[in-house]
Design a protein around this ligand. Structure first.
Ligand code: FAD
Length: 337
């Protein structure tokens, strides 16, 4: 970032689908925004966990891939030129005059209101306890798949027995040279139809089920693995030649620094007034998966409505003397466009 300190009206913490839509809603009300995310790409869960999966319950889209939804949300907000600070975790919110100072890495942003759209908080993979694995992460060991094309022609070892392991085994079988699925028991914790398809594919040569085995070690050099070592329950070892290891043991989420913001929490969620999405701290709002109120549905479409409620509440808070004429977008158009 060229300027480590700057001012804007709203800081949106989280560039998931809900945070991105909040940037649009803020813009429609003439409020400037910065969108900050710990990940170095936008989209939250849609971008990190299921970019190539279709979503079927976004109004107006009978079917849209998660990554396309993210791209369209960014395009929708673009006329308002929100600033993006990606790859930076917000670690602190400090009172500053009538607003807040948001600390994100080496950047500080002074804002008049904050929207927390942080989903489940900072999420990270459950890492298998393999010696030296850190040296391979991001090079040949990945905890999520962003583009399945990256695996074309590769020998892929997938470890795990849940939906992610099974779904990606099925998907990568279409592009990889070989997919080996390491699991410690024959039964998977996946959708029965997906498990049936995996077992069917396992007879065909591309997919091999390495069962009952667990990860034991990796060999390679300069970040590139060449062998995944697995062990059965009696200590019997197999060495699987591999270009890539995908351990899918789930994600752990933690509110991280958000738990220290002084907001009222309930079961790791931020309690809000559903009419405005205001939290217990004046000037801080929470929307999307992270917020909690009676009847809350953790759906993208619910988060979109919360983004609109929060943006209007912020406009009323920041500009109490400005008469608010509620207007449809069809009436106003996109003011910045
Ligand atoms: P998120 O998408 O979780 O984004 C939050 C962002 O905040 C993350 O990028 C995170 O890095 C960032 N963040 C957190 N803490 C900080 C911090 N301190 N500093 C900076 N950044 C921070 N929903 C549907 O409506 N329909 C579906 O079909 C559907 N399918 C799904 C399928 C799967 C496999 C999964 C896992 C979820 C699915 N969901 C679906 C749920 C949907 O993805 C979530 O409801 C949605 O992503 C919530 O959006 P969000 O913007 O609130 O949070």
């Amino acid at each position: 970032m060229s300027d480590p300190v700057f001012d804007t009206e709203i800081a949106i913490i989280g560039a998931g689908p809900v945070g991105l839509f909040a940037a649009f809603q803020a813009g429609m009300l003439g409020l400037s925004a910065v969108v900050i995310d710990a990940l170095d790409f936008p989209g939250g869960q849609c971008g990190a966990l299921y970019p190539e999966k279709p979503i079927y319950d976004i109004p107006g889209y009978p079917r849209i891939d998660a990554q396309d939804l993210v791209a369209r949300l960014a395009e929708q907000a673009a006329p308002f030129k929100p600033r993006y600070l990606l790859g930076r975790q917000v670690t602190a919110l400090q009172p500053a005059g009538v607003g807040w100072r948001v600390v994100a890495g080496d950047t500080m942003v002074t804002v008049r209101a904050v929207i927390v759209a942080a989903g489940g908080g900072a999420f990270g993979p459950n890492r298998p306890p393999l010696q030296g694995i850190a040296a391979y992460e991001g090079k040949s060991v990945f905890y999520l798949v962003r583009r399945r094309e990256d695996f074309r022609g590769k020998h892929v070892v997938i470890a795990g027995g849940g939906d992610s392991a099974v779904d990606w085994a099925l998907s990568l079988a279409e592009v990889a040279a070989k997919v080996m699925v390491v699991h410690r028991r024959p039964k998977f914790r996946a959708a029965p139809e997906s498990e049936r398809r995996l077992n069917e594919l396992a007879g065909g040569g591309v997919v091999e089920l390495v069962i009952p085995y667990q990860l034991h070690g990796i060999d390679g050099a300069n970040g590139q693995i060449d062998t995944v070592v697995v062990q059965d329950l009696d200590g019997g070892e197999r060495r699987l030649p591999a270009d890539v290891l995908l351990p899918f043991f789930g994600l752990s989420t933690s509110l991280g620094p958000i738990a220290q913001f002084g907001l009222d929490l309930e079961h790791h969620h931020v309690i809000v007034d559903p009419a405005t999405c205001a939290t217990s701290v004046a000037g801080i709002y929470a929307i999307g998966d992270i917020c909690s109120y009676a009847g809350k549905l953790k759906l993208i479409l619910t988060g979109f409505a919360e983004a609109a409620s929060a943006a209007h509440a912020i406009e009323r808070r920041l500009n109490p003397d400005r008469p608010l004429h509620f207007e449809y977008s069809t009436t106003r158009g996109v003011p910045a466009g």
